[in-house]
Design a protein around this ligand. Structure first.
Ligand code: TXA
Ligand code: MG
Length: 325
């Protein structure tokens, strides 16, 4: 089957379009849809066959578990055997929103979603299209970012289409605002442990539930350990390294065509001025990397970002994008 990219009003999604997409979900097909973070590649999270299609389409190892997207706290609770106090507090503060909880799964949650493991990742996305699709489908929607495994996550329908063509239905709600993926936090341990930094910062979380565990390496410069995935992830096809203006100049002397993202203009062939605010930077990051990738440059040089807590997620993604293995 081939599909068209379907425009949809992000603020006020058309019920007919949502209804058609929900039918596809219920039938076991894939539907790509916008969330407040990045585009997701959705499937019926209660069907092993449907979920299998996600892994095939993405070329993703099936031991890397998926996030189930639901539209109410009640529906989240129905998937887990424990709902600790910290879950209640975080849900009240951040849902719908870019925070994913890892909790012990009920038997009814299929192992295809959890990579065979005993826990399940869940969030309520804060996007009218995503919420409407989940409600109309009547099932939790399993959805990873809608990119081929290892590529940069999509922040527009065009990015999704570049990776999957007409093979899946794509709901085009314009560019996603958050720009990077949700924060993933493991609530099965005490204190809770950060698994993937994201739009909700450690400080935001600690303000609600007190201290959480953050691996010390991630506070410095290396990416966090995430289950079932390589360090190199969220990466442009073009080689990316960290560097300064002088790194740009040295590379240019060697005859290289260089892209630069930083806080000031450089002499690079393609120089992208990035915002000095962490959230604005995150919102622009993947779109910028997609854009630089299209230029077929020899090298992308990223200026290091501040070492503070609020920049953790951006630092993590830049490090994953520039990792060599
Ligand atoms: O913002 C987002 O989270 C987007 C949108 C579409 O919701 N989704 C997304 O999904 O980024 P994905 O599959 O690209 O990343 C999910 C992350 C992976 O790092 C995965 O390892 C982790 O969540 N994860 C999922 N289930 C888990 C579990 N049971 N235990 C630990 N980590 C888990
Ligand atoms: Mg992903």
């Amino acid at each position: 089957m081939t599909f068209q990219v379907i425009p949809i009003d992000s603020a006020n999604p058309d019920a007919q379009v949502i209804g058609d997409a929900a039918i596809l979900i219920k039938q076991g097909s894939l539907v790509a849809f916008p969330t407040e973070t990045v585009y997701g590649l959705g499937a019926n999270g209660t069907s092993a066959d449907a979920v299998q299609k996600i892994y095939e389409a993405k070329g993703r190892p099936s031991n890397n578990p998926l996030i189930l997207h639901v539209s109410s706290i009640e529906d989240a609770k129905a998937l887990v055997t424990a709902w600790p106090d910290v879950a209640e507090k975080l849900a009240e503060s951040f849902w719908p929103g870019p925070l994913t909880f890892v909790l012990p799964k009920k038997d009814s949650v299929i192992p295809e979603v959890t990579g065979g493991g005993p826990t399940v990742a869940i969030r309520i996305p804060a996007h009218p299209v995503a919420l409407a699709l989940i409600k109309a489908s009547g099932v939790p929607i399993a959805a990873p970012s809608a990119n081929r495994s290892g590529n940069i996550s999509p922040v527009s329908a065009e990015h999704v289409h570049n990776d999957f063509g007409d093979s899946v239905m794509i709901l085009d709600g314009g560019k996603t605002l958050g720009g990077i993926e949700s924060t993933v936090i493991d609530l099965t341990c005490t204190p809770p442990r950060l698994l993937r930094p994201g739009l909700v910062t450690v400080k935001d979380i600690e303000h609600i539930i007190g201290s959480i565990e953050v691996s010390t390496s991630s506070q410095k410069n290396s990416p966090l350990p995430s289950p079932g995935m390589l360090s190199r992830h969220y990466a442009p096809r073009t080689k990316m390294i960290f560097g300064s203006m002088s790194t740009v100049e040295d590379a240019m002397k060697e005859g290289k065509s260089v892209g630069f993202l930083g806080f000031a203009e450089s002499k690079a062939k393609k120089s992208i001025l990035m915002p000095k605010d962490h959230a604005a930077y995150a919102s622009k990051l993947y779109d910028t990397l997609h854009e630089l990738d299209r230029e077929k440059l020899d090298l992308i040089i990223a200026e290091p970002v501040p070492e503070t807590d609020e920049w953790l997620a951006v630092r993590d993604r830049l490090h994953r994008g520039s990792a060599t293995a």
